[in-house]
Design a binder for this molecule. Structure first.
Ligand code: MN
Length: 697
């Protein structure tokens, strides 16, 4: 046995708390005596005293065995040669994970604690601790360090106290751990503002006695009497506000210490929720309540799950007294917060609860309350982080929604970085751009000036900023493509009108509703403004290329009684140059001028062929053939281009030719020839497409 009597006295409390687990506790204590044997605290005492005190704090909080052992071991990973595997092998995975978590968060140091981002550090510390017991051990560790801070040099004291005030006390508050929060705050107050601390301490010491006498004489007896009469069992206690909160009140309200009257508050603790309201009624019956000073945190718990009724009443001699009414269970939770959920009652075995399962219970408990949704939302906001906290290479913290990827990160930093994102490193290693960032990751974005956003990114980014910026960039790119396509098409008219493209555009602008050059070029490329229309628009009226029926031809629409149908072989669409073929059974069948069948009939039976014009509206089948270099995903890209254009796909076939070329065959529904042409030009824009055109057979 390594330990002498003096040491044993040090940890008997721990042994007694878990009488049937003495063996493992002794093993843990021997382990840390060995590991820390060469280390001393600044006070000169052996280092092990620190982890033993931390374990005792955890014990006071009624934490479970794993947490207490983790408290004993909490500094071994960081400060000694101990490994995770060693702890796991000797004390199990739970203990090892808690110790590991504590070491991990100890390494995270905010650059500047006055930073507005300090809130994010708090959140991150909690979020990083997948097991909330990690934070509880860390808080116990910090509490003991604060209690023994006076051994350190002055600058270090100030730094640690500031960090505690801005990070750890608020975390304790958020987790509802009132005991720890108030002690941490008072210790920080003492170190950071010694003069003010002394003033408040002396004031409380002076006035406390008088107040106690007052409460004992005037407040408690009448309440007690009434409680006895109604048979409600209750404990009535009083407790002074902690010094820091008294000081804060003088600052917040701009008042003198002497004007703080509620340094002592009365607390009535009952068995059942129902009794809380009955007691409230009794109290208000005896003393006049101060209007606007009543809060019902039972039906609407605070975000940290604090529940209680608060009221302020006017006692004899006109003194205001704050009274809090709650059940024992609420009281336990108010003092110990989250830790209360590991607490065990006397005679019962310690209960280890699954992470956050306590939350489920509380949600069950508050289901009846009106504002359940609000309560749950605030719990989620405060505890269940839907956020991931990561670092830039410079160590700045970035908060993103859970599930965010390096691309989200890149756009968060700057739009240009997102738009030129070429790759990403996380913790020094290359990761796919679709990687889901983890708490504490350090993210570096690799950029390249020629890199452009990929439409695929839209399938994995989660922030709306990234989504919008990617879409914007893709649209811009598309627009530019359309523009140059429009210019190309207009160039064909240069000779006809004997003027440069810019002038043609100017003339179109004059004669149409289009307002910008860009608008015109894009619409030309999309087929919404056809070359034929432009020629008509810009030609002197006598030279117009008439779209009306040529002389001697027959307009199908005019002949109401003619039965006609559309040939399935060549699949003409509205706007095509077509011919009608007279048949006995089907009336007039309309064929495309390029149709081989039509050509045959024309040659053999010219009398059966009518020249017709056809301006029907509706839905027409058309057949397209596409040749492309074979690659992954090309078929789906083309089909999505077609559906983006608003066309229905009836049939799609694809086969790979041995030459590495894919041949695709589509039958689609279109509105008219312009619609069809716009689809053809869009397909031609798809990467690796070599040819796209109609098929008339
Ligand atoms: Mn420590």
């Amino acid at each position: 046995m390594l330990l002498d009597d003096k040491d044993v006295r040090n940890y008997t409390d721990i042994l007694n708390a878990f009488p049937d687990k003495r063996e493992i506790i002794i093993k843990a204590i021997e382990f840390i005596y060995e590991k820390h044997k060469h280390q001393k605290r600044k006070s000169g005492e052996p280092y092990v005293n620190h982890p033993i005190e931390v374990a005792k704090i955890l014990l006071d909080m009624n934490m479970d065995l794993e947490t207490v052992i983790a408290g004993l071991l909490h500094d071994t990973l960081e400060d000694t040669d101990t490994t995770y595997e060693e702890i796991e092998g000797m004390f199990g995975k739970q203990v090892a994970d808690i110790v590991n978590g504590v070491s991990k968060i100890s390494k995270i140091k905010p650059k500047n604690i006055a930073d507005p981002e300090v809130e994010n550090y708090r959140k991150m510390l909690i979020a990083m601790s997948k097991d909330i017991r990690v934070i509880i051990v860390k808080l116990a560790d910090r509490l003991h360090n604060m209690r023994t801070l006076h051994f350190l040099p002055k600058e270090k004291i100030i730094r640690i106290a500031k960090e505690t005030m801005s990070i750890y006390a608020p975390i304790a508050h958020r987790l509802g751990m009132w005991d720890i929060k108030t002690e941490l705050e008072d210790l920080c107050f003492m170190y950071l503002f010694p003069a003010e601390y002394e003033k408040v301490r002396k004031f409380v010491a002076r006035s406390r006695e008088a107040l106690e006498t007052y409460i004992k004489k005037y407040i408690i007896p009448p309440i007690k009497k009434e409680l006895d009469r109604t048979g409600i069992k209750a404990d009535i206690k009083y407790r002074s506000k902690h010094l820091y909160s008294i000081w804060q009140k003088t600052i917040r309200k701009g008042i003198k210490l002497e004007d703080v009257h509620d340094i002592l508050g009365v607390r009535i603790i009952v068995n059942e929720v129902r009794d809380c309201y009955i007691v409230l009624g009794i109290v208000h019956n005896i003393f006049k309540p101060v209007p606007g000073k009543f809060d019902d945190y039972i039906s609407l718990p605070k975000p940290n799950l604090y529940q209680s009724l608060h009221t302020t009443v006017i006692g004899p001699k006109g003194r205001m007294v704050e009274i809090q009414i709650r059940t024992y269970e609420m009281h336990e939770r108010a003092e110990k917060g989250i830790a209360a959920h590991w607490a065990y009652k006397e005679g019962k075995k310690p209960k280890i609860k699954e992470n956050f399962s306590w939350l489920q219970e509380i949600i069950e408990n508050i289901k009846g309350s009106k504002n359940t949704a609000d309560v749950i939302n605030s719990i989620k906001e405060n505890l269940f982080f839907e956020e991931v906290f990561v670092f830039t290479p410079a160590g700045d913290i970035v908060v993103l929604p859970a599930g965010a990827t390096p691309v989200d990160f890149a756009y968060h930093i700057h739009t240009d970085i997102g738009n030129h994102c070429a790759g990403a490193k996380v913790n020094g290693r290359i990761v796919p751009l679709s990687y889901r960032l983890q708490q504490g990751d350090q993210v570096e974005i690799l950029t390249h000036p020629h890199k452009k956003p990929n439409p695929q990114w839209l399938s994995f980014v989660v922030t709306s900023k990234a989504k919008n910026k990617i879409k914007q960039a893709l649209n811009q790119e598309k627009k530019e493509k359309y523009r140059s396509q429009g210019v190309k098409l207009l160039e064909k008219l240069k000779e006809r009108f004997n003027m440069p493209v810019e002038n043609i555009v100017e003339m179109i602008k004059e004669k149409t509703r289009y307002v910008s050059e860009e608008d015109i070029l894009i619409n030309i490329a999309k087929g919404k403004l056809s070359i034929k229309q432009i020629i008509n628009l810009l030609s002197p009226s006598e030279k117009k290329v008439k779209e009306e029926k040529p002389e001697g031809s027959l307009s199908i629409e005019d002949l109401k009684n003619v039965m006609y149908s559309v040939a399935d072989c060549c699949k003409p669409v509205a706007g095509d140059k077509v011919y009608g073929v007279l048949t006995r059974l089907k009336g007039v069948v309309i064929h495309h001028e390029e149709c081989p069948n039509l050509k045959y009939i024309k040659a053999k039976f010219p009398e059966k062929v009518l020249e017709v014009s056809w301006n029907a509206k509706g839905k027409f089948k058309a057949r397209l053939k596409v040749l492309a270099k074979d690659r992954m995903g090309i078929l789906s890209e083309i089909t999505s281009v077609i559906s983006e254009k608003g066309a229905n796909i009836r049939e799609a076939k694809a086969k790979s030719l041995t030459t590495g070329i894919a041949l695709m065959d589509f039958i689609i529904d279109v509105r008219d020839k312009d619609h069809l042409n716009s689809i053809i030009s869009a397909i031609r824009e798809v990467e690796n497409v070599e040819e796209c055109g109609r098929v008339f057979t």
